[in-house]
Design a protein around this ligand. Structure first.
Ligand code: HEC
Length: 128
């Protein structure tokens, strides 16, 4: 939207303060999310473990077996649950039915910290 139009619309509707303040606050929030995991530490695990099945542009991953992670930006907590208990546990039955090979639960093979780091990496890669 053109700036002039947005200002005019804001004045016209009486929301000039809100219109200016809210998007700025949202932008700041999105730029600095408080993540549980450390994204930088999660990339190598994503590449070695998840990339074979998932597409994630930031990782150069083009795996065709599971959902394209770029298509559905998820909350970090949801990604943590997907890795911990298996992707199907955070999806509807109808969505899961599209995939022939199920994703494993990683709670037996990765520590909580490693799972959190991978989730933070997926989160930051899909929220830009
Ligand atoms: C063997 C292939 C495979 C591997 C390896 C794999 N996944 Fe999955 N993933 C899937 C499939 C298939 C689904 C869809 C649910 C199902 O059928 O289990 C899924 C679902 C998901 C979802 C939910 C997506 C949505 O749109 O709701 C996330 C998030 C996810 N995987 C992340 C990961 C991460 C991170 C890793 C690495 C730790 C990983 N997956 C490893 C195949 C895989």
């Amino acid at each position: 939207m053109h700036k002039a139009f947005r200002s005019a619309a804001a004045v016209a509707t009486g929301f000039v303060l809100i219109a200016g303040a809210v998007p700025a606050a949202l932008a700041a929030h999105q730029a600095t999310p408080k993540l549980v995991g450390k994204a930088a530490a999660g990339k190598s695990v994503f590449v070695s473990t998840c990339a074979a099945c998932h597409t994630l542009k930031a990782a150069g991953a083009t795996g065709p077996i599971g959902p394209n992670l770029d298509k559905t930006p998820l909350a970090e907590s949801v990604i943590i649950a997907a890795i911990t208990n298996g992707g199907a546990t955070v999806m509807s039955k109808a969505a899961v039915a599209k995939y022939a090979v199920p994703m494993s639960a990683y709670k037996g093979s990765f520590s909580t910290a490693v799972i959190q780091n991978v989730a933070a990496y997926v989160y930051t890669s899909t929220h830009k």
